[in-house]
Write a protein that binds this ligand. Structure first.
Ligand code: SF4
Length: 181
């Protein structure tokens, strides 16, 4: 566990197998943290990186990703537990038998998971505690009580305590869910 302010700052990950060497990330980086090394982009100056995500957004080859990070501040000790996941996709488990939620953090009041649904799979409508769902990938629908909403990557849905909720995947759907007891 780290003390507040002692965490290491992450830098983007560049997949050399995907990089086509176009150089667009180097041009767009506002702090010159990136450079071309041969025909591959690298994080040549990691101390300069301010983690804007500009490089990730502009890369036409989807070669750049940023770490998925859970920062968990423990109230009793004020300690910070910081966990990096190289790629949230590693936590997306698709199964023909149904959802396989992967727990990222849990205590008696909070549960944070990554949920994954394959095409056409559903989480049936069920009542639950106050929760936040943030969709990371795909398209589908979320039903809260009697309303059915289309959702896609980038959408965040906040469901009130006691409300029934269900999720349906149109395409492969991945979401982060935090349930507060
Ligand atoms: S934008 Fe993407 S493909 Fe182009 S150099 Fe950077 S990492 Fe490589």
């Amino acid at each position: 566990m780290a003390q507040p302010g002692q965490e290491e700052r992450p830098v983007p990950i560049i997949d050399a197998n995907r990089c086509t060497g176009c150089g667009m990330c180097v041009v767009v980086c506002p702090t010159d943290a990136l450079a071309m090394r041969g025909a591959i982009a690298v994080v040549a100056n990691p101390q300069a990186c301010t983690y804007t995500g500009d490089c990730e957004r502009i890369c036409p080859a989807q070669a750049i990703s940023r770490l998925f990070q859970i920062i968990y501040i423990h109230k009793e000790t004020n300690m910070i537990q910081s966990t990096f996941y190289p790629d949230w996709r590693e936590k997306a488990i698709f199964s023909s038998v149904g959802p396989q939620p992967q727990i990222l953090a849990e205590n008696e009041k909070l549960k944070v998971i990554v949920g994954s649904l394959d095409v056409g799979q559903k989480i049936p409508l069920h009542p639950e505690a106050l929760a936040v769902y943030h969709f990371l990938e795909g398209t589908g629908w979320m039903t809260v009580d009697d309303e059915r909403y289309p959702v896609s990557s980038g959408a965040t849905v906040i469901t009130p305590e006691g409300a029934k909720r269900g999720v349906e995947a149109e395409t492969r759907l991945v979401f982060l869910a935090a349930r507060i007891a």
